[in-house]
Write a protein of this length. Sequence first.
Lengths: 295, 326
Amino acid sequence: MSEQTAVKRAETRSGKRRAELRFNVISIVFLSVIAVFQLMPFWLKLIDATHAPDFLSQYGVIYLWFADFTFENFWTVIESARLFLALGVSLGHTVGFTFLSLCVVMVVGYVLAKIKFRGRTIVSMLLLSTLMIPGEVLLAANYQITIFFGINSNILGIILPGIVNVFGIFLVKQYMESVPDSVLEAADIDGCNELKKIVLIVLPMSVPIVMTYVIITFIGTWNEYLFPMVLYTTSGSDSLYTLQLAMQSFYPNFGGNADTYVRSAGMILITIPIIIMYIVFQKYILNQSNIAGLK
Amino acid sequence: MQQSERLKPVSAAETQELVGAPAAPGGAKKKPLHKRLKKEILAYSLIGIPLIWWCVFFVVALVWALTTSFTDMQGGYGFAFASGFTLQNYINIFTAGTAQAEAFWNGMRVTLLWTVVMMVGNNLMGILCAFLIKSIRHGGKLFLALLFWPSLVSAVVGADITTTIFGSGGIVYQMFGVELLESEGAALWALMVVPFFFGFCQKMLIYYATLVSIPETYEEAASLETSSRFRIFLRVTFPLMRSALVLNTLLSIIDGFKILGPMQLVTDGGPGSSTQSVMLLIYKSVFNAPARIGQGCAYAFVLFIFILVVSIVQKVIAGKEETTVE
């Protein structure tokens, strides 16, 4: 090996390393810019929310740092938009819906995955056809059905219509197919009935997918606003407003810039639970290989 | 819930009705009926209530909407089919010059524009970010977490942010003196910005999951031939991401066609009807006075046919590689 080729090789290697470095720097800068773009609105909202009510923001100035800092707006919005009441409704809605739909999803998913009964294909196909039709097309119909059952001014009205969650059923079913039959047969011999099998054997073996389902459903339900709005604004039950609805229909009238500050404070408040969920359950939220494999 | 399911009696006849045909497997004739149908009885007693539930809130709802679209139901509540059959709602949509046709096709224009921009933009952005996040040596996980979280923010908060940026007296107005949401030409584009930045992360995550699952040996083999990362990506990695691309396009199309949130929360279709998507039109005809529920349901079914046709066409173009759930 001559000295020249060695030098050349070293040069290309260092050139490669330099290109690698340049690529990394450019990528990180690009990604950071996007991350800042996404974070900026929330930062501005936070700044807005912490201005004192009588703080006069100057025209044409974007406040990037706290000015006239106070927590007052948060208390104001909690009081005047009745956020504690709405928090109760939201929690009832979210927890109730997530729990009931999880029960349904577990049972139906298990039956479709593990019991070989006649009509299984037909039932699967029927349920799958739901996914073809966007739920919004059936908005008016579901509204009418809730009136028929007399639950349109009741928290059950926003919980019950969607609890047979077809997407969830097939998500869970696919995972449950990997539960070995031998385990279930052993449980059969020990005299377990089907519900016992689901709770004691299948549920512990499907923890990852159940967590994914629960988190997705929880966040989706928390953020839902369309159906609750249709139901409760038309039936006039404003004491049943969820957090989203309470903030959406909240138009304060304090005069000056205070309205903006108070609304911003409310928006921050209803986002915090989602951010906490995200931080705690990041692992499950960001691992979407289960979902990507579904379709 | 589970208790009541267990207690629910299901007769063999009901089971057979659900199965569709009486079961008659050869060789099992000697066994009594309830033993032959043991599995069916078990299965249907477990999924019976969910199935009935699904029938009420999906099948009945669908039948209600479909039949109502053939009536001239204006408002109120009930099963309107008795009041007379009419094709007028559908004729209105397809007759040039009527107010309904104008509103519907304007809505389709807005919806299609939204869908195409979001589909192309979100997927390009998603692929680019997923690729960069996977390629950088440090901090990939951090950027994934940082870029993803806005997709969890609710539509109400997103709408409030749009108003803060583009609304009257908003940031853009203070900086440049233009109220984008008040101009017929620009309002739709202004509405797109926040959903775009908050929405591409969902796609990004799916692309990222796919990228990570591709064996590194492919790229290593390709890196012996060329040193350009982008060429390796285009020639080797990208073709392997086909299934994710198909899934994401389909999701974008379905999400795009039913877009309603930003328009309803921010502009209510205005100014004029420049941001009135089809879903908003349907929503307004059903729930806003003067209500025209029959017409609204007809809009909804025409929209549904469109979604169906587009997703079938998309599937045909994408080929048969895509695996189905079953």
